[in-house]
Write a protein that binds this ligand. Structure first.
Ligand SMILES: *Cc1c(COP(=O)(O)O)cnc(C)c1O
Length: 242
């Protein structure tokens, strides 16, 4: 695990430097959907704090197991965490499942419709919290992918701007899977352009500054294209774990 983790961090930092930034400008979210609880514990022991899940059921399970582990670390004689664990929700979110997610996540990467935003607003208002979100865009317009059309992003941003308990922090996109990560470059570059355009729009505050793109097979290209969060599962945890 240590070796894989360091290798991924190294590849991120090389790609960051290639794009004229430093490694600390790009954050790694470790995607746990194929990870075991033991894998996640090991990453925590290595000092990692950002974890992401795409399925609500697995999310609530693993989050509970990990928070139990965090509580037990002192007994186990492990040092205090320097940074509290931050959970990211990265998958398609059904409106009837928002409640659990809202309470436990630091950032929802996958807001892909006005109705979902409205649902999140309603829950956040009741709980008197502010939920930070990214707008997920379907740049490549693949049918099977969720995400709003690029042309609709500004409207959604404007709407979210009127919701007092939601805060838009940026955008997220996924490229179609390609053997050759270079094929993803135009998608990531287009998303970065849209992100830069939106930053200039009057509906955005300075805190609209997160661009989440890149997975195990294409994260270097994503970082070179401007991503400041990458979401990586199999390169850390392997492909075949369940
Ligand atoms: C699974 C998943 C990832 C990570 O994919 P890997 O190819 O395993 O790195 C990233 N983002 C989303 C939205 C995912 O569902």
């Amino acid at each position: 695990m240590k070796e894989r983790y360091e290798q991924v961090l190294h590849r991120i930092s090389v790609a960051a430097e290639k794009s004229g930034r430093s490694a600390s400008d790009v954050h790694l979210v470790a995607v746990t959907k194929k990870a075991t609880v033991e894998d996640v514990r090991q990453l925590i022991d290595l000092g990692h704090a950002d974890f992401g899940e795409s399925r609500v059921q697995h999310f609530t399970q693993i989050e509970a197991q990990i928070s139990e582990y965090i509580g037990r670390r002192k007994e186990l004689g492990k040092p205090d965490l320097t940074t509290p664990i931050r959970w990211h929700f990265i998958g398609h979110l059904q409106r009837n499942k928002c409640r659990r997610v809202v309470q436990l996540t630091r950032l929802v990467h996958s807001v892909d419709s006005l109705r979902l935003a409205e649902e999140l607003q309603e829950i956040a208002e009741k709980k008197k919290i502010v939920v930070e979100v990214l707008l997920q865009t379907n740049i490549s317009r693949e049918r099977q992918k969720t995400g709003i059309a690029p042309a609709a992003v500004e409207y959604l941003l404007e709407q979210v701007g009127t919701m007092p308990n939601l805060k838009s922090r940026g955008m997220m996109c996924m490229a179609p899977y390609n053997e050759d990560p270079e094929e993803s470059r135009p998608v990531f570059e287009r998303c970065n352009e849209l992100f830069e355009d939106m930053k200039k729009s009057k509906h955005c505050e300075d805190s609209f500054n997160i661009l989440s793109m890149g997975m195990s097979n294409d994260f270097e290209v994503a970082v070179e294209s401007g991503a400041n969060i990458v979401r990586i599962g199999s390169a850390l945890f392997g492909d075949d774990a369940t």
